[in-house]
Ligand binder design. Sequence first.
Ligand code: HEC
Ligand code: HEC
Length: 256
Amino acid sequence: MDVHHQLQIRQMQINLNTIASRKMNMYQKLSHRLSCLTLAGALTFAAAAVSAQGMDADPSATKIDTEIRQELEARLKEITADDHAHDIAIEEGRARTVLCKTCHGADGKSVREGTPNLAAQNPAYIVDQFERFKDGRRNDFLMTNLAQTFNKEDMLKIALFYSDLPEQTFGGGKTELIPLGKEIFAERCASCHGENGRSDEGYARLAGQRPDYVVKMLNEFKMQSGKRVNPWMTGVALSLSQRDMEAIAAYLANKD
Ligand code: HEC
Ligand code: HEC
């Protein structure tokens, strides 16, 4: 991480103090989520599984991110160092994605609105987000419940499976805004997400991502709804208009 990057991060950590964490009314949220959940019949999750403890998770827990990421990357490296073990892990990962396919697609290309592509995503990022769903730092009714049913080894294998799939270019969005999106991305996003949206530093890989998902996430960070908490991203998203978000999303969705 270079000095410019570190300064940027420090500034955003300072901003954290000014960002209030808003806790949602859990029951309101649950009933809304339940009414949206089309797969409820196939899943045996009890609403009570969303723990109150999760909702109260400390949103400033980003300090330890680097440590966790390094630990994850070390473990992933260990598995991938041995070709045979890597292949087995990918196959075992694939076997655990029967349910995932219904939303994230068999090839890791999203098949549902508001759902991200997972193909070619950084494995450490996938595991990290899964853990966030699991412990309540990130909230999504279905993903939160699903994450409870997987242990860390499962998650590592699933992450290796998805990261090994070829990148999917979702396309679409407001293509007339691509030049604007390209400009904003280079200026405000590339330092963390990589010049071409394919950073390997453990941050989310964004190239090819589904545009409605990108807009949805930027709004979650901006509105501080409590679904996603990250002071860096909130700092950035607060400076974006709806049009800026759509422009960036179109640029990323059509990136080759
Ligand atoms: C019913 C649809 C559905 C199913 C089934 C599902 N997901 Fe998801 N997943 C979503 C949605 C929607 C999101 C975005 C949640 C949000 O808005 O924060 C998501 C987000 C994620 C993310 C975060 C990715 C990112 O870019 O931040 C990961 C990782 C993930 N899912 C993995 C899985 C895995 C692994 C499975 C199977 C074990 C699975 N999901 C099953 C709908 C689903
Ligand atoms: C200082 C570093 C930094 C900068 C600058 C930054 N991001 Fe991020 N971004 C992150 C981190 C860290 C995450 C993961 C947040 C989390 O853990 O929930 C993230 C997550 C995201 C996600 C969610 C991805 C997913 O798959 O769920 C999107 C979308 C995103 N950023 C878009 C942007 C855009 C667009 C910009 C520029 C306008 C930007 N980011 C600038 C660090 C940054």
